[in-house]
Write a protein that binds this ligand. Sequence first.
Ligand SMILES: C[S@@+](CC[C@H](N)C(=O)[O-])C[C@H]1O[C@@H](n2cnc3c(N)ncnc32)[C@H](O)[C@@H]1O
Length: 214
Amino acid sequence: MSLRRINPYYRWLFPWLLDRVSKVVAPERDQLLARAQGVVLEVGAGTGTSFSCYQKQVTKLLALEPDTGVVAKARKVLRGLSTEQQDKIELLVADAMAIPLSDNSCDTVVCFLVLCSVPDPKQVLSEIGRVLKPGGSLLFFEHVLADSERVQRWQHRLNPYWHRCAGGCQLNRETAEYIQQAGFELREHERYQHRSFPVLVRQLVTGVAVKSSR
Ligand SMILES: C[S@@+](CC[C@H](N)C(=O)[O-])C[C@H]1O[C@@H](n2cnc3c(N)ncnc32)[C@H](O)[C@@H]1O
């Protein structure tokens, strides 16, 4: 058993904190997830905050999450949904570094505050590209390296400590660039600062990237 699983911080407090942070961005989540359709993979689905945001055009939601403490909370959220919603949702206890789905099997992939936390975002984006159908969409909402050089310096400086206390989250990723480098076309891309977030994680990128249909 990993030490993380028996550490009380990660067992109880971290899932609770994730839940609180997730609620702050509820309007952004609703707006982005309303665009999901067909077979949807949500990477790093966390405590299941997104489950009720998906609309009728979603035929199946595969909610992938490797952390069993967090999955336990997601299961509770799932039990509180209507039978119709529950029937559409499948929890996958798995790592996005090796997604247990076949090639070209998803219409939409959702990454909501998750590419900051995976061990290697380039590997995860390569996996997302593999499981997305040609022409399929990646919907993303992520905190990234700040525009301000002063904030960047603090992000680099504090990253080793932050990383240890925040479930592997990195302050200084350049996620929009990684998405493009992975071969996606950035169809929509907004960069802005969220005033309710602490300054170190205030810079956000959100949008829609599409897997080439060629
Ligand atoms: C900041 S939380 C966001 C959770 C959720 N997306 C939300 O918006 O509430 C980051 C999530 O990424 C998950 N995560 C970390 N490493 C991962 C990996 N290798 N594969 C999939 N998910 C991962 C964490 O367990 C955590 O649930």
